[in-house]
Design a protein. Sequence first.
Lengths: 158, 735
Amino acid sequence: MNAAFADLEFNKNEWGQLVLSAPDGSRYVGVEPVRCFPLSDPDRLIAILDSDGREIVNIPNMEVLNPVARDRLRQELIEREFVPVIQKIHSTSVANAPCVVDVVTDRGATRFHLESEDDIRRLGHDGVVIADSNGIRYLIRDINSLDSHSQRIIRRLF
Amino acid sequence: MNPTSPAISSNVEGWSTVEAAFREPVESRLASGEHIVAWMISDIDEQRRYRKTLLVLSNQRFFSSTGDEVRDWPLADVDKLRTKDRGGLGTLELLGQDRRLGFWHYTIAQGPAALVVGDRFDDLKMGRVARKASDEDEAPESEEHEPPPNTMALFRLWQFARPHAFWMFIAFLLSLTATIAEVETAKMTKPLVNLLKDFEAGSVSSLSKATFYLGVMLAAAVAAWILGWAQGAILAWVSERVTADLRDRTYAHLQRLSLEYFGGKRTGDLMSRIGNDSDRLCQFLSDSIVDFTANCILLFVVAWALFQENVSLALVTLLPFPFIVWLMYFARDKLQVGFQAGSRAWAHMTSVLADTIPGIRVVKAFAQEDREIQRFRTANEAVVVANNRVNSLWTFFWPLITFLNSLGVFVVWACGVWLIGQKTPGFDVGTLTAFVWLSMKFYGKLEMMSRMVNASQRAATSAQRIFEILDRVSNVPEPARPVALDKLHGELEFRHVGFRYGNRKVIKDFSLKIKAGEMIGLVGHTGAGKSTLINLVCRFFDVAEGAILADGVDIRSYKVEQYRRNVGIVLQDPFLFYGTIAENIAYGRPDATREEIISAARAARAHEFILQLADGYDSLVGERGQSLSGGERQRISIARALLIDPRILILDEATSALDSTTERQIQEALQNLVRGRTTIAIAHRLSTLRQANRIMVIERGRLVEIGTHDELLVMDGAYAELHRAQQELTKDIGW
């Protein structure tokens, strides 16, 4: 079984589509990798869907893949996902939601509109996911790793 | 036992409890070989007046006995015994071949006995041997619950406070010390004032003594402050703890009550009991209870001090006291009624909220926002009215009590002035000052205590409402000697099962054996008793007669929780809790691994639509969460049932709310679920029961047909008719 995973190959065709080649010779064009547990367990259980959304294979974890495929898949997942990780919270327009939040993320500085405290959810014990008014999600993996100013703001928000 | 009538075997339950005046005339008329099969009391006569008649069914005759008059009819003349009920009044009719032979009325309480009489009569007529009591399945002994003690609700709080008795005692001591310190300070005033008089008269030596008295007074004040603070902190902590325990206990108890309880309760009312009422109790416990006891003691201490100073003046000082106590007592009763009305009004208001917020779609769809606003306003207005009534009562009593208290102090002044004017020996200005101060303390405390009347009545009402939940005993009791159960094999047997809601018999003498792994389809008209049968299998209710056996053991002998762990259920409208999809699937088995969750979802055909969601299995669903379609929710609930791997599976119209494409997907999912499990599936659309090993048709609580699809069609009975009707419907509207 592991051997079969190790023989999977991911390539990009000239249209920018991801192509999966299985050891039995079958090829799937335009496949899409999806994390089953993007928040609670992002690096395991990655489903590869065909262009109709049907599951072709489910990869239990990255380690079963060969190094080339692993890098390609990782790259592909990063390209497909947009979940900025918040590194610093500058300020909020008013003390409580609804408000505009001014943050620095791993993808640069931005500000977003937070509609209600219901859009903030805990992730495990210390993590937080914030959804803005457009549905974009911002991640804080561990509140305690933020500076104290940011921590004070986030704890006030929910 | 009875030598004259050996035939009246004691196997007719309760026969010996019937009053002899009714019973003996019947017994004396029994022929040899005749024995009593069933009996009941009709408590209302033909003219609808309260009068008892004993009705007895023997294996040969039907008797009625009013004590003075006994009538009997041979069973050969009786064609039918009919029971009906209307508006709470039941009627038993004895019908002959060509006319009605007699009729008797009875109240609801006699309903079950009337049904038994009717059933036994049918048994006799059909030539079946009436089952003797000894053949019937005895319900396994259940855990005994003591009847709730009928003491005052507030005192019952003690059981929750007991673990913290030590700290409460400490708080009480602190409170007592603080008040005694106050009294001692008051006593200081007498020598102090007398010193001042000497000082005025020109004696300088006494001034250093005055510093000592002042120092004591200051120290007492500081001590009272620190002690009060410590006492407050301890009590706040204890009362939070006690009410939290009370809330936990009440909620845990609520969770274990049977579905029947929730059927008759409004969500909002329950929420307000657990939330609001416990909060009121907390306030009372922290603010009032220890103070109240400490103040009681203080009153005695002060009264004692007063009497020590001057007996006659003490008597005069305490003159208004009994009157105030009586007034407080009087106010208490009045307030009690008012607070109860207030709590009910509040609960009603929360009920409106709990009703309309989940039902907001219906409200909007029918454009009834204004009406709901009005409904809330009415409920809210009722709260205002109820509270106003209490407030007006209270605002009347409160100043009156305050006035009487000041009157007490005034009396002291008046008497003191008069006594000093008379130059009474042993009574000087110092004594008067001490007296005034002490009586001010006395009435001050009394005033505080009368304020507590309000709080204590409010708290008593709340405690009562909470204990009402705690006193409720589950209708699905735990067995006294449970049979250990891990995994069931899956055999089910219904043995002469009967069930009734009040007077209405929903399931009648239902017997059936289901092999392990067999799938049974359950068909019948709405109200035929299908859902009731399923509720019985799940032990949401317990059977009234007969027994349900799983693996040959009465299901009442298993622990409810262990048994239910073996039963999976998929409902028509699945409920998802607020949480992630993964959490919802793993609801029955929180320890399931992510791989297990995925494979359950895959088998339920839910995996792929879940992956389309932004957060996959981490997406939020349920209230406030992502809205899923009916089919999607259904597949999640199937996955939930699959994950616990139940041996007995119940499908309650699992596909009837869905369109046919979705239904097909769900059918596939169900095939995975059903495999190898004992399944009972209710369905309106017969096509969904194709895989069933046997199909049973229920009509008015009775099993009328059972067999495979083909057999039933050949039989050309109720099932065949249903089948034809549905096929025509399919043609007409292309279902």
